[in-house]
Design a protein around this ligand. Structure first.
Ligand code: BG6
Length: 487
């Protein structure tokens, strides 16, 4: 059992939404049962539709059985968890409708409160304003904002300006769940606790970096949301950018939230802005057409409900250049897509070739060293090195071998990203959350590309569902003499 944390009230707006059932409630169930969340803490599920207590219990039970890991639903644990759950019906923009929620929260007026806005960003400002009007915000309150925060710099700024009228920046937790993944946090450990990588981590030694997040799933019923956003806004501008920052940042002076975020924002501000000619040469956007995954036919994106005319990209690939001393001349290739052949998220650090091979002409080909950080489906870190093939052959024959960096797992279960992040909000630790200037710098860079795409600077390509993306994505790297890892 872990040590219990502060007693607090966690209020989930959009409590019956997809994210809440899939991720937030299961994460809180684990935190509570594993002893990270005090049993006196209350979890208030805020919904717009009223359900009786019985109906609510049945719904939560069904969803937990569906979304908790295998064997994790235990009746006695559920009953205890249920005793922490409360429900409030609120119509977000109707001040009167907050009365029930207020009576519930006012039972413990001094308590720390975590307001989790798992709603469309259109409601962020309204909910914050209502919380203020109903006197439900104290200096100890926090607000968690789910992405996307806007569709571009202007709309993101508008939302943040509104939220900042009611909460101070230190109270705002902008979530990017990739930062809660254990392997992603391990990037900092790997880089900043091993002497070994220190002298190698720069343009003198690294040839290029690849960041791939491919999913075999499609839009999963979120057509309305996804079609407004697409792969660039849904994945590249946030998740992949954050991964890039962790690879490219300078060592922070401490693990304090602002030290880490100061370094990340410097990277984002060093991203080379693209001209229209760059957008044409260095970016790819594509949409999937009918295909098959695991032998089963899959319809194309435009066959989704109301999508016949859609011009939203389901795949994006970009060559990113970072204009600073450490990374000058080192391309970072980013790609992400839905309905790809497999689920695969990885970061590949490709080192330069050795300056001269004494093995040349002896039947040995020297592959470049690689550090491969896999996030999904398996979490692992592999270092690819050259090694002699054992034996008495006259020729010194070499092969590439993999050194696997395995961390022994002490915990019986690997926590999910949302457990880490919710626990950090409960503990008031914003290190893994995005500061306003980070979000804005990322939008500033992405907006230029999105505008170029809106102006049709680069045509929309197609790829069959179940493939590795459009051929233009291969061309993007091949024009620089590079191949995507494993292809
Ligand atoms: C979300 C995106 O932020 O991340 C989804 O909105 C995407 O479209 C998801 O599927 C991927 O997360 P993960 O953790 O499964 O890689």
């Amino acid at each position: 059992m872990a040590s219990m944390d502060n007693v607090c009230d966690i209020i989930i707006f959009g409590g019956h939404g997809d994210l809440s059932f899939r991720k937030l409630i299961p994460a809180l169930y684990h935190l509570s049962n594993d002893g990270y969340l005090s049993h006196e803490s209350r979890i208030v599920i805020v919904t717009r539709q009223h359900l009786s207590d019985e109906e609510h219990e049945v719904l939560v039970r069904t969803k937990l059985e569906e979304f908790l890991g295998e064997g994790a639903f235990v009746e006695s644990k559920f009953q205890r968890f249920l005793s922490q759950l409360y429900m409030a019906t609120v119509d977000f923009d109707n001040e009167e409708s907050y009365t029930g929620l207020k009576s519930l929260l006012d039972l413990y007026p001094e308590r720390e409160r975590v307001n989790y806005l798992s709603t469309s960003p259109d409601f962020f400002a309204t909910i914050c304003k209502m919380l203020k009007t109903r006197n439900l915000i104290s200096p100890q309150s926090r607000v968690v904002l789910e992405k996307p925060i806007g569709r571009d710099l202007v709309s993101s700024r508008a939302i943040n300006v509104e939220v900042l009228k009611y909460f101070e920046e230190r109270q705002i937790y902008r979530i990017d769940h990739y930062l809660g993944k254990d392997t992603v946090q391990n990037i900092m450990a790997l880089r900043f606790s091993n002497r070994f990588f220190m002298p190698l981590w720069d343009a003198n030694n690294i040839d290029h970096v690849q960041i791939t997040v491919s999913e075999s799933v499609g839009v999963e019923g979120r057509w309305g949301y996804y079609d407004e956003y697409g792969a660039m806004r849904d994945m590249i501008q946030n998740h992949l950018m954050q991964l890039l920052c962790l690879i490219a940042m300078e060592p922070p002076c401490s693990l304090e939230a602002d030290s880490v975020r100061d370094e990340k924002v410097k990277v984002l501000r060093s991203l080379r802005p693209m001209s229209p000619a760059d957008i044409e040469k260095k970016t790819v956007r594509a949409q999937y057409t009918p295909g098959s995954i695991d032998g089963k036919p899959v319809p194309g994106y435009r066959e989704g409900t109301g999508m016949a005319e859609s011009t939203t990209e389901t795949f994006a690939a970009v060559r990113v250049d970072i204009d600073n001393w450490r990374w000058n001349g080192v391309p970072f290739y980013l790609r992400s897509g839905k309905r790809m052949s497999k689920r695969n998220s990885e970061i590949v650090i490709q080192f330069k070739t050795i300056p001269y091979s004494i093995f040349a002409n002896k039947g040995s080909c020297i592959s470049q060293n690689k550090l491969v950080i896999s996030l999904q489906p398996k979490e692992s870190i592999q270092l690819k090195l050259m090694n002699k093939i054992p034996g008495l052959s006259d020729q010194m024959r070499l092969q590439q071998v993999e050194l696997e960096l395995n961390s022994p797992i002490n915990e019986a279960r690997k926590p999910e990203a949302y457990e880490r992040l919710l626990l950090d909000v409960i503990r008031s630790n914003p290190t893994l959350f995005m500061r306003l200037d980070e979000v804005e710098a990322a939008w500033k860079w992405a907006d230029v590309i999105l505008q170029g795409w809106a102006d049709n600077v680069v045509p929309m390509k197609k790829y069959p569902a179940g493939s590795d993306g459009p051929s233009a994505s291969i061309q993007l790297v091949v024009q620089d003499g590079v191949n995507w890892n494993g292809e």
